[in-house]
Design a protein around this ligand. Sequence first.
Ligand SMILES: Cc1cc2nc3c(=O)[nH]c(=O)nc-3n(C[C@H](O)[C@H](O)[C@H](O)COP(=O)(O)O)c2cc1C
Length: 312
Amino acid sequence: MKNVLIVSYSQSGQLADIVAALARPLETEEIRIHHEVLRPEPAFPFPWPFFAFLDAFPESVRLDPRPNRPLSIPDDTAFDLVILAWTVWYLSPSQPITAFLQSAEGKRLLAGKPVVSLVACRNMWCCAFDTLKTLVTQAGGQLVDHAALIDESPAFASFITTPRWMLTGRRDRFLGLPPAGINTRQTKSVTRFGTALAEALARDEEKCGQPMLSGLRAVSITPHLVMSERTGLRAFRVWSGIVRLCGRAGQWRRIPALMLFALYLIIIILTVVPLHMALQRLIAPLLARRAAAIIRHYEQPSGADGARMAHE
Ligand SMILES: Cc1cc2nc3c(=O)[nH]c(=O)nc-3n(C[C@H](O)[C@H](O)[C@H](O)COP(=O)(O)O)c2cc1C
């Protein structure tokens, strides 16, 4: 009998549906699953009021999250495998998952364990993944696999539809743009990861420290997006410091600085980001080596090839 811990936090239910698709093949007589849904205290609202959405920014970037309520896992439970299902907030792991990884309970559960990461977000997860890897290592876990699901609609469309979804709860078609988020086909195809994990557990492969999801097109990397992310995160670090100088999370004193940040973000996204992208395309041959290094880095550990895609 194998004990598998799934840790997740989903606001709209998108990640919850993805986790359900992943878990289905694992629900066998040989595997016992404990699914821990993180509960921040106080809860983050969904849909988000505008200021609450902005106010989550500094602490997400600074890895200074709101704590979670105590977990429901008995102290003496030991797991063979931990699956972290998470989302990205401001180019960083969402606050509940950061809080879990930093907590004494999280560290106890991860210490010495193989960890599988599954992220579902708009399209920018690479910087957050670097952070997550560090947090997992600091907690004593060994990250053996990583799979990423992103919104397949064009970046300009999800730039409008994702904030609309977060702020209103509506993710349907809007102004002729595709619905926000991960589509049903993508969600269903996550079953391939569950099947591969179930087979690997049956062969004790989780003990080998090697990826179990290779050959299943676990990730797909767009290097120019990663370059934009890295620039964005540098700016986010500066802005989050400025906002935190003005007050603590939830304090009204932060609103002017947060408004300035929102204005900066909109201006940058409408001007610098498209220019940056166009420039990167123009000088793509000059960036080829950097792009190849980015792909090599973020394809680890599970890879982008689909050699075993018969599982789908
Ligand atoms: C405060 C906040 C910030 C977000 N920042 C990012 C981001 O930087 N990159 C990204 O790809 N998605 C971002 N998203 C989208 C989330 O990663 C995720 O796709 C969305 O919240 C739906 O997840 P759910 O299952 O929790 O509802 C953000 C969402 C929220 C609420």
